[in-house]
Design a protein around this ligand. Structure first.
Ligand code: SF4
Length: 348
């Protein structure tokens, strides 16, 4: 049975908009240089020169959902692995040795191998090692989010991938993730349970109208900030990368269009952190950090166990920026920015 629409879904259906100005900024032919300059000013004013560094820690690539674009999709014959809690701690320790204090635990959607109990155990085991733990996993019930918060969880990331309901149904063909409304309401449930950092986003190239997805991500971020003012909200717009799924994006999003999308987001959602992963090439990341980006992953592996034992399991997607965390930190310092490995959570 599908979940009932949550509060943000009702807001979208009402037609009222908090970030309406973004449509003009996303038009083809906009003065991109002027937009980027404006975005840079907003970023410096709100966030200064601090760039927060984090690492994804893939705990499992087992998945019971079928998403047409993903290398972990249930039907794919790929090497699967779920780390034990001890192995998760070992991977985390390797990342701590590299300087990270903010980890994002990532998994496929497998309710048996990556159960609520397993995740709670992971968070409990890590809370003495790293001060900031977030998850990017399947969506959960209110009770599970509460258990995770009690265990020490700080952040939850749930990208909607595309806000276009028809395209969502075409690309999420089976499994828990197929329920559009359950997924869309998941950040609301997490916030109600006391999660203090929320991440939303869309996978650019999944829908033919990437501009509509960027506009709705902005609306989602601003709406969450208005409704859960104690939470910090971040947004991300990953572009589709090659994976074992063989999926090809419906439309390519050029580098210039990508800069436009992140700049427009920054202008209409000035309080939102903007996250950039190692999916993007180094030269583009180095440029975007000067315009809009406030959070970066670095030295990432997208396979479970990949920091200590690379090549033993299927990766989710190929990374483009293969620099080490230290190299990324050096780049940031050379550009006049402060790499922040762990910031204390502060209410805005
Ligand atoms: S996107 Fe997530 S739910 Fe879908 S196949 Fe990949 S890991 Fe599974």
């Amino acid at each position: 049975m599908s979940a009932a629409p949550g509060l943000f879904a009702q807001h979208l259906a009402s037609g009222s908009r908090l970030a309406s100005g973004i449509d003009a900024l996303l038009e083809p032919g906009v003065d991109l240089e002027a937009l980027a300059v404006r975005a840079r000013e907003v970023t410096l004013q709100r966030f200064g020169r601090a760039v927060r560094l984090f690492a994804p820690l893939y705990v499992s690539n087992a998945c019971l959902s079928s998403c047409t674009y993903c290398g972990f999709s249930k039907g794919l014959d790929v090497a699967r692995r779920t780390l034990t809690v001890d192995q998760v701690v070992e991977e985390a320790s390797a990342l701590v040795d590299k300087g990270f204090r903010h980890l994002l635990l990532v998994s496929g959607e497998h309710r048996i191998e990556v159960s609520a109990d397993y995740l709670v155990s992971c968070v409990e085991a890590l809370r003495g090692l790293v001060p900031s733990i977030a998850i990017e996993t399947q969506t959960w019930s209110d009770d599970t989010y509460t258990r995770l918060v009690d265990a020490g969880l700080e952040g939850v990331v749930h990208y909607q991938e595309t806000y276009d309901r028809t395209r969502y149904a075409e690309t999420h063909v089976a499994g828990w993730k197929r329920d559009y409304d359950r997924r869309l309401a998941s950040t609301e449930r997490a916030a109600e349970a006391g999660v203090r950092r929320l991440g939303v986003g869309a996978l650019l190239g999944l829908s033919a109208d990437w501009r509509a997805d960027v506009a709705t991500v902005a609306e989602h971020a601003v709406w969450l900030q208005r409704h859960y003012w104690r939470t910090e909200v971040t947004v991300s717009l990953p572009r589709i990368k090659p994976s074992a799924s063989g999926f090809q994006p419906l439309v390519p999003v050029s580098d210039a269009e990508y800069v436009q999308a992140l700049s427009a987001l920054r202008v209409v959602a000035p309080e939102a952190g903007i996250v950039l992963s190692t999916r993007e090439p180094a030269v583009l990341r180095d440029g975007l950090v000067r315009i809009a980006v406030t959070h970066m992953s670095a030295g990432s592996s997208t396979e479970p166990g990949g920091y200590l034992h690379p090549g033993e399991a299927q990766e989710q997607f190929a990374v483009s920026d293969e620099r080490s965390p230290a190299e990324v930190a050096t780049m940031l310092k050379a550009a006049g920015y402060d790499p922040v490995w762990k910031d204390s959570f502060a209410l805005k």
